[in-house]
Design a protein around this ligand. Structure first.
Ligand SMILES: Nc1ncnc2c1ncn2[C@@H]1O[C@H](COP(=O)(O)OP(=O)(O)OP(=O)(O)O)[C@@H](O)[C@H]1O
Ligand SMILES: [Mg+2]
Length: 247
């Protein structure tokens, strides 16, 4: 079967720094793939290249076998790809519900005019679904900035799901989140994967989170793939342990 996402020999340089070097991997439909590695190993750069935030220096990104290298984030969005960023992207002054509706919009220029318009019936309904699914309904009318950090991370994830994506790339969704919220987030992601067959690639430093959630893990070190395997294989690999300890 053609992989949902296929990265071939991807390299990205910043001046003299090679942030990502010759990285290749496939993501199968319905899979939850973990992407781990020490700080600065190129994880976010790899995501940014896949998602069109920046252009790779060389290499190819395929969606369902189709070359999408260098396509803009909005074009990828229309192809069913969602993402979360390492830093929170919620609008603190807007309510949780408004944040979700805005995330469902495609063009920033039309955001406010469409926020309460009749054309948003579908979005309002989907926001309602997401509120329930991510268990944010109790805080739907609260300003996002008034929520705990963990709840804001949950909202951030929910926003990436507003367009009903079939592939979502999450950059440290559990960063700074307390253990209870962490379990909740992992459980919600696993449920979404199970119920809707969505495919995930998840960057995360929290090993318990990765080990509990991911079917397979790719380890980056200094921009290259160091190891790929099951969570158990990766966790016990001496080179992986060394890469973390030596950092
Ligand atoms: N815009 C940029 N300009 C110059 N160098 C950059 C830029 N973005 C990233 N880098 C460099 O590329 C390397 C990889 O950074 P990247 O943010 O991809 O790592 P990461 O694995 O996501 O790290 P972390 O776990 O800390 O988030 C680092 O050396 C970083 O300093
Ligand atoms: Mg990063």
């Amino acid at each position: 079967m053609t992989p949902v996402l296929s990265v071939e020999n991807l390299t990205r340089r910043f001046g003299g720094i090679v942030a990502v070097e010759g990285v290749s991997f496939d993501v199968r439909a319905g899979e939850i793939l973990g992407l781990i590695g020490p700080n600065g190993s190129g994880k976010s750069t790899l995501f940014n290249c896949i998602l069109g935030q920046i252009k790779p220096s060389s290499g190819t990104v395929r969606l369902d076998g189709e070359d999408v290298t260098g396509l803009k984030p909005s074009a990828l969005n229309r192809r069913g790809v969602g993402r979360t960023f390492q830093l929170l992207q919620v609008f603190p002054q807007l309510t949780v519900r408004e944040n979700l509706i805005l995330a469902g919009q495609e063009h920033v220029g039309t955001m406010l005019s469409r926020l309460f318009g009749p054309r948003d019936a579908g979005l309002a309904e989907e926001a309602e679904n997401m509120l329930r699914f991510f268990r944010l309904d109790r805080v739907a009318e609260a300003a996002a900035g008034s929520l705990s950090y963990g709840q804001q991370k949950l909202l951030d994830a929910a926003m990436a799901f507003m367009a009903g994506p079939r592939l979502v790339l999450l950059d440290e969704p559990a960063g700074g989140v307390n253990p209870t919220m962490l379990g909740d987030l992992a459980e919600r992601l696993a449920a979404y994967n199970r119920e809707r067959g969505a495919t995930f690639v998840v960057i995360e430093h929290n090993m318990d989170f990765i080990m509990g959630l991911c079917h397979r893990v790719v380890v980056l070190a200094e921009g290259r793939i160091l190891k790929e395997g099951s969570p158990e294989e990766v966790r016990s690999d001496p080179a992986v342990i060394e890469a973390y300890l030596g950092h």
